[in-house]
Design a protein around this ligand. Structure first.
Ligand SMILES: Nc1ncnc2c1ncn2[C@@H]1O[C@H](COP(=O)(O)OP(=O)(O)OP(=O)(O)O)[C@@H](O)[C@H]1O
Ligand SMILES: [Mg+2]
Length: 412
């Protein structure tokens, strides 16, 4: 795969690495393959073949993206999910008084993208998928696979997306209920709704998703009849316990602290998704800017401005940048993206951090900021490539420390 890019240089010089690449590829050794490819890239870079090294990096990026879109199926054992096959002509259960559906049924879509996580989260999700795919191996050592998962974290962090992703990997339909949809104004009906929902989920092979689970906690303040609320919570807990033999349940909440410890304990696995860290943020930006292929230096600048933002925020912002580019007629390159980012941030500077605010108000001061900030890790040439400023202008801005006053304002 890499051969086309090195043939212009001394092919012999890199032959040993190419050989290792071929060997790793033939052996299906993914890790080895990636290690060898990055070795080749380093050598190309050191040898001055900067463009070729960059091309290789883009190829890798493209490959990771492509992989992201084709989740392989995890073969879940039948013992994990009993029940009839849920088909599109099965009607979801309804609230008898209002006729409202108690859940929605999602059969998954082929285009579902893999959520982007930091390392720890990615390992947790993969670990669960592995458990579900190797249930027999677990049983041989006397442990049961996890069957209930609580996902918590701030809005827009990818909780719902994660539940859909898990269902897609297992090729199971996702039966989604909102607790507030189950709560009937006819108090006596709520417990019956919960029972009907669980009966439905237990009857079919599916994953049950209880989204916005914290409505359960709110229930305690809203309803007047203490006895009735207790009954509802208890019926939910009993249903959760009974479902354990039947299938997988995922619950989602924004406000982990609102949940009763008794509820919390019901879930064998708990997973927090927060705002993405730098690496995850960069992967999100690169993905959400597609089909525009942003250079790493541009992605780094976006990431620098979007620290602390949620995945949903980053997605929205990238979409706005693309809108701006598409309608404004600016080039779809580093400088074009830089100007579009500045314009988009200027429109919505409200909760932005200091770098984003500086870019929104004064792009030259921003260039001065990143030229002086070792943390962003961009060489002056890369800053030029990503912003369109000439090298001497960047040097001047760097020396003038144009950002200093604005930083003080931002922190003051
Ligand atoms: N980790 C992530 N990976 C990929 N996309 C993400 C991620 N986090 C958020 N997104 C994007 O943001 C959008 C919102 O994500 P999602 O609905 O899963 O958030 P949530 O955590 O369920 O939020 P809420 O608490 O508001 O329901 C998704 O459509 C997705 O495109
Ligand atoms: Mg959600």
């Amino acid at each position: 795969m890499a051969i086309g890019y090195v043939s212009d240089f001394s092919g012999m010089e890199h032959f040993a690495v190419i050989q290792s690449i071929v060997r790793a590829a033939r052996n299906g050794d993914r890790e080895g393959l990636e290690r060898q490819i990055s070795r080749l890239r380093d050598r190309l870079e050191k040898g001055g073949a900067v463009k070729e090294a960059a091309a290789l990096r883009r190829l890798e990026g493209a490959e990771t993206e492509a992989q992201d879109l084709v989740p392989s199926k995890v073969e879940i054992s039948r013992a994990m999910v009993s029940g009839e096959t849920l088909t599109r002509d099965v009607n979801p259960p309804m609230d008898r008084e209002t006729g409202a559906q108690l859940c929605t049924i999602d059969f998954g879509s082929a285009e579902l993208a893999v959520p982007i996580y930091g390392d720890a989260m990615g390992l947790t999700v993969d670990g669960l998928l592995q458990e579900w795919g190797n249930e027999a191996a677990l049983r041989r050592v006397g442990v049961e696979p996890t069957r209930s998962l609580l996902i918590y974290g701030p809005p827009g962090s990818g909780k719902t997306v994660t539940a859909h992703y898990i269902a897609a990997r297992l090729r199971l339909p996702l039966v989604t209920a909102r607790i507030d949809g189950l709560i009937s104004s006819f108090l006596g009906t709520t417990a019956r709704n919960i029972a009907n929902l669980f009966d439905f989920a237990n009857r079919y092979a599916c994953i049950l998703l209880l989204d916005e689970f914290d409505a359960l906690a709110k229930l305690r303040d809203d309803a007047q009849e203490i006895g009735e609320i207790k009954r509802v919570v208890n019926s939910l807990l009993q249903n959760l316990d009974r479902r354990r033999e039947r299938g997988i349940t995922i619950a989602i909440t924004n406000h982990d602290r609102l949940l009763d410890p008794a509820v919390w304990r019901r879930f064998e696995a708990q997973m927090r998704i927060g705002e993405p860290e730098a690496v995850a943020r960069e992967r999100m930006i690169a993905r959400f800017l597609l089909p525009i292929q942003a250079e790493p230096s541009t992605v780094r600048i976006f990431s620098y401005c979007l620290a602390g933002r949620s995945g949903a925020d980053i997605e929205r912002l990238c979409a706005n940048v693309k809108r701006h580019l598409a309608l404004g007629g600016d080039a779809h390159d580093g400088p074009g993206l830089f100007r579009a980012l500045s314009a988009v941030l200027a429109r919505a500077p409200a909760q932005a951090g200091a770098p984003a605010r500086i870019l929104a108000t004064d792009p030259e001061a921003f260039v001065s900021l990143i030229a002086n900030d070792a943390d962003i890790g961009l060489k002056q040439t890369e800053i030029g490539e990503a912003t369109g400023y000439g090298q001497s202008r960047i040097s001047d801005l760097k020396k003038a420390r144009r950002h200093a006053g604005l930083m003080e304002q931002a922190h003051g």
